[in-house]
Design a protein around this ligand. Structure first.
Ligand SMILES: [Fe+2]
Length: 305
């Protein structure tokens, strides 16, 4: 199966992105309060975990059939070397433990010359960096049980001439993969360049967007310079991100998931954000689902024979 085949699957709905190593929100409490069936608040979990797959197995068990997506953070796909064998092994084990259909990985790196920096370095916006990302993603997708799908990283000081939209479009084209677009991260890039939130979106192959992300964030003002900061569940999702979501979600005809990254939220806060985003997504997609242009959650194009 090619990674692009994933674009043909059903719309999973609105889910929560959690870090299982973080105390808050606790995944068991979230799952317990979510309820089951059509009345549930969130439709899937996107699970960030690392190292041994023990926690991933526990989430799988507690989820009782709720879909799980995997979010990895250590494959460093834009670092100009092959991904570390131990990171690839951990990704493979966690993917299997979660039975996830895909693995989200930001186009960033955290290691330099083998040293972990605990600092997130987004892709340099150059053609060379695209070639690196494509080679690494292709190599990963040959060995993993489910494809790595790149996500646009957050920017505070972009280096390189390309616009992030063109960068993502080229990676998708050359590596033959769908895309995860984090709308907050896209906004972070646009404010660095003084551009409108959805500037150049027409250059993105929206039919390749499999997943959208939103999260709590703050825009700081440093001596007159605006800097975007992801705070995930510790803050509100800004109205600009919700407006971007309402605009973009119905235009992505193969969209399969909308994820709210809620690390550090309380359980109640995470559930409230899920309900908030669900209202936006349902309203935005309603017309497209009714006419059959967008797939509903059962995979069928409603209204089409
Ligand atoms: Fe994200």
């Amino acid at each position: 199966m090619s990674a692009l085949d994933l674009l043909q699957g059903p719309f999973l709905g609105v889910g929560l992105g959690i870090d299982v190593h973080s105390e808050s929100p606790d995944f068991r409490a979230l799952l317990q309060k979510n309820g089951r069936g059509p009345k549930r608040v969130f439709d899937f979990l996107e699970v960030y975990t690392r190292g041994e797959p023990g926690l991933a197995k526990q989430v799988r068990e507690a989820a009782r059939g709720l879909p799980l997506i995997y979010h990895h953070e250590g494959l460093d796909p834009v670092y100009p070397r092959a991904p570390r064998p131990e990171a690839v092994k951990a990704a493979a084990e966690n993917l299997r433990a979660l039975q996830a259909p895909w693995c989200v990985e930001e186009l960033a790196y955290r290691r330099l010359d083998g040293r972990y920096l605990d600092f997130f370095m987004p892709a340099l916006l150059t053609e060379e960096s695209i070639r690196t990302a494509v080679a690494n993603i292709r190599a990963l997708n040959e060995v993993l049980s489910a494809p790595v799908i790149p996500e646009n990283p957050p920017y505070q000081l972009p280096v390189g001439d390309l616009h992030i939209v063109d960068f993502m479009a080229l990676v998708s084209e050359l590596a033959q993969v769908p895309l995860v677009i984090d709308l907050g991260h896209l906004y972070s890039f646009q404010i660095c360049r003084g551009l409108e939130p959805l500037h150049r979106l027409d250059k993105l192959p929206l039919d390749r967007v499999i997943e959208l992300h939103v999260a709590g964030s703050e825009v700081l003002n440093r001596d007159g310079i605006q800097i975007y900061e992801d705070v995930h569940g510790a803050g509100e999702i800004p109205q600009v991100a919700l407006d971007m979501l309402a605009d973009v979600a119905p235009r992505c005809e193969n969209l399969r998931a909308v994820t709210i990254e809620v690390e550090d939220a309380t359980v109640e806060g995470a559930l409230a954000q899920a309900a908030q985003v669900k209202r936006v997504v349902d309203r935005a997609r309603a017309g497209g689902v009714a006419t059959g242009r967008l797939r509903g959650s059962r995979g069928a194009r409603v209204g089409k024979k």
